[in-house]
Design a protein around this ligand. Sequence first.
Ligand code: PHE
Length: 340
Amino acid sequence: MSNEIIDKLSSALKSAEGKLSSASSESDIESVRIELLGRNGLVPALSKDMKNVPPEQRAETGRAFNEAKEKLQKLLDEAKERLGPSSVSGAITDVTEPGRRWKIGKKHPITLVIDDCVAIFRRMGFIVAEGPEIDTVYNNFDALNTASDHPSRDPQDTFYFGDGRLLRTQTSPVQIRVMKSQEPPVRIVAPGRCFRRDTPDATHSMNFHQIEGLYIDKGVSMADLKSILLAFGREFFGPGVGIRLRPHFFPFTEPSVECDFSCVMCGGKGCRVCKNSGWLEISGAGMVDPNVMKAVGYDPEIWSGYAFGMGIERLAMIRYRINDIRLLYDNDKRFLSQFN
Ligand code: PHE
């Protein structure tokens, strides 16, 4: 038996078969699907005419619908399979394209400098100690023999929490933490982040890094301090570097010095970087003040020692010829990817 609907279905199937066998893209296939099975397609339209089909033909017509849909789906699937996976997704595989490079991140220049400093001091027998960026006013100032009217304690210079804590202004409080937690001898370096209320400019940043050194033993002298600073300078900047010590003041060392390294740019002749002096100011240092020893319970009659602190950003800027400290904090990949 046959009726108009069954005839239309079978001729639609035939034309679909023809179109699909010559389909060359996913969109060709898709347009056949929409034409027949889509919401406004032929098959849904024909099924609306079912109500006009005489009852004795309904079962057969219904079967014809099911068969047509099944057949169509099969034809669509086969056509897709024939086009292959890359055409189905619409992408063309260029087999000559080079593989994608898996980029491995690089260390930040500040991390590079810290790693180098730590490696140099470890070779000389120092171990690494760390302290928190939020420390107590006591550890950052009082225990370090810093009088309550010392200018560095000014709220203009230091970030206070108002509850006896602050953002440490230097890595020197790690000296206190280490000495309080162990008996001498002590030989540590403490790298880390520090904070000061500075207005940012080419050489100032509100957060920056230092590396602290502390050596406590019997009979430690200024000569030991000088030799370690010189050894560090030669390892870090190169064998030609010389140092000089200038008298200075720090509350927690006595005597205190400022340690300069001969300018690595001009070899000491004088240039723009060293402001024609031939020297670069690198480190504050000195012999640990007896008052600091007393604050941590060490007997200054038995023990002596030195301490030093260096600015990591300054070391990085000199080593990599960076003329603005802010470049280190901009997170600009074009800048950061230059360092290895
Ligand atoms: N903490 C000092 C500063 O930030 C540096 C320093 C460290 C000086 C250790 C002496 C001894 O300037």
